[in-house]
Design a binder for this molecule. Structure first.
Ligand code: XMP
Length: 512
């Protein structure tokens, strides 16, 4: 295990990604609890992250001294480098030359961390982002590479296996960064790269069996990749002790519920209840146009229906959830203050307390792309693994204004055609999320010899990394024209198509 001490950098999670790509397990622990984390994890190496803080500020964070007393290899990145220097007897000053973006390092000395990678005198692109800088080295350290603005860009104390850099090796703009991190964990710390998904699968199955024993587990299956992989893993561990419930709120995409049922019942022989609750959901949503009210109704009904079905089954001791590692990592905040609710997200949160169940969360240690690898490992088809995210409240939040069965039907057809065109054009994987929205606006058109007065359909497609920020996808106009023509020709009720060119912020991805 590698311990990553988080000082609040925006990119700490990328350090963890790089370590895991090197086949080594790691955990991120906030600096405040790094000492406990160190004792609990018994790591073989430590990485110190960057930070928005300055080591020169009073009360700025430090790495716990147990780390330096342990004799373990340490890799300090950016702020991590500065705090290492400050704590080990060097000096940090606020920089006269702030350096952001691309810089070039020149290797000045051989270093064990460069093994098989960088040779003496060679130059390498790195990504800098810092204000402060080291100005005097602690005893035992020497400079191994420099940039024009950063004479201490890469420093090392090879005896103690301490390495520290002023740039960010974890980002893609440092092309050799991943290899530097891999060298650190393998060659410096001597950790074997045996963190693979097949090893994880076996370990997780064992852990689930141990936790659940002979008791019953229920799982809300949506067909999204997280709940699907969690269900398959638990199914592999405890078979028919698991029952999955698909609460069909009538707000899913075309053929979605049927596809999910076919997939899990037929291919995996998994015990799956398909509950058609569409009348109840659509009945209560009828005439409601306020987005937050819609979301609240859907969230409440989802819990009610799920709870009723669970009771019919005679209850269960465990509730399975597809919680991922990014949801679990405690965040380090320097800004504090309350954050505003933009949208109340719908999930099964609150259920375990209400129903007095324990949680089984077999994906708690994984990043999204690791869940995808695990899904492949479990034989889940690509169509489930690479799919775009889909919101819990479904098509209800893609029908601004009041919803009705008719409107949902129109939207489902338009959406299916749009996604079909995206797949045919080979664009599905290049887009993070794409969908149609049915606007509550009718416009005049002409088709054949007749006047039409029908709804407007808006198309949305975005690129994003995590859904927090997004840019609209830059289609070529030919594609948009083709999709629009098909939608207008094939869907009764739509006579105009527009494309949404709003990024996030200031827009959100969904329209409600
Ligand atoms: P927004 O619209 O907030 O969406 O920019 C960001 C991402 O979250 C998805 N989304 C949801 N997912 N329950 C979910 O599980 C929800 O209530 C919900 N609302 C939005 C949205 O599709 C996008 O991927």
């Amino acid at each position: 295990t590698v311990l990553i001490v988080d000082f609040g950098s925006q990119v700490t999670q990328l350090i963890a990604r790089r370590v895991r790509e090197a086949g080594v397990y790691c955990e991120i622990v906030p600096f405040q609890s790094a000492e406990e984390g160190f004792k609990r994890l018994k790591p073989k190496a430590v990485i110190l992250s960057g930070s928005p803080a300055s080591t020169l500020d009073i009360g700025s964070p430090r790495a716990p001294s147990v780390i330096f007393e342990s004799g373990l290899p340490v890799f300090g990145i950016c702020y991590g480098q500065q705090t290492m220097c400050a704590q080990l007897g060097g000096k940090v000053e606020s920089g006269h030359h702030r350096e952001f973006g691309r810089a070039f390092l020149e290797v000045e000395k051989d270093c064990a961390l460069f093994d098989g990678l960088w040779s003496l005198g060679s130059r390498h692109q790195v990504w800098m982002s810092h204000g402060d800088r080291v100005t005097a080295l602690p005893e035992g350290f020497e400079v191994v590479a420099t940039s024009s603005n950063a004479p201490f860009a890469f420093i090392a104390d090879e005896t103690r296996k301490y390495y520290a850099v002023q740039f960010h090796p974890e980002v893609v703009h440092t092309p050799d960064g991943a290899k530097l991190i891999s060298n650190f964990v393998h060659k410096i710390a001597g950790i074997k790269g045996d963190w693979t998904m097949s090893a994880y699968r076996a370990k997780a199955v064992e852990a689930i069996r141990k936790q659940v024993g002979g008791k019953k587990v229920i799982c809300a299956l949506s067909g999204g990749v997280d709940s699907s992989v969690a269900a398959l893993l638990i199914h592999e561990a405890v078979g028919d002790q698991l029952t999955c419930i698909l609460v069909d709120h009538g707000l899913m995409r075309k053929d979605e519920a049927a596809n999910v049922v076919a997939m899990f019942q037929e291919h995996y022989n998994l015990h799956l209840l398909h509950i058609d609750a569409s009348d109840r959901f659509i009945g209560e949503l009828e005439g409601v146009s306020d987005p937050e009210t819609k979301r609240k109704i859907i969230g409440r009904l989802f819990i009610e229906v799920f709870e009723e079905e669970a009771k019919k089954l005679g209850g269960a001791d465990f509730l399975a959830q597809g919680t991922l590692y990014p949801d679990v990592i405690e965040s380090v905040s320097f800004t504090g203050g309350p954050s505003v609710t933009i949208k109340s997200h719908h999930n099964v949160g609150g259920l375990p307390e209400r129903m007095n169940m324990q949680l089984v969360e077999p994906l708690r240690e994984l990043f999204k792309d690791e869940v995808r690898v695990l899904g492949r490992e479990l034989g889940l088809p690509e169509s489930f693994i690479g799919r775009h995210p889909f919101p819990g409240p479904g098509l209800a939040i893609r029908c601004p204004g009041g919803i009705s069965r008719e409107k949902l039907e129109i939207l489902r057809e338009a959406d299916a055609i749009y996604l079909d065109e995206i797949r045919k054009a080979g664009l599905y994987d290049a887009i993070w999320q794409a969908f149609a929205v049915l606007l509550p606006v009718q416009t005049v058109g002409v088709m054949g010899d007749g006047r039409t007065y029908e709804f407007v359909c808006a198309l949305r497609a975005v690129t994003s990394v995590d859904g927090m920020t997004a840019d609209f996808y830059h289609y070529d106009m030919e594609f948009l024209g083709r999709a629009a023509t098909r939608i207008i020709n094939e869907v009764r009720g739509i006579n105009r198509v527009v494309y949404d060119v709003t990024s996030k912020p200031p827009g959100t991805i969904e329209w409600e």
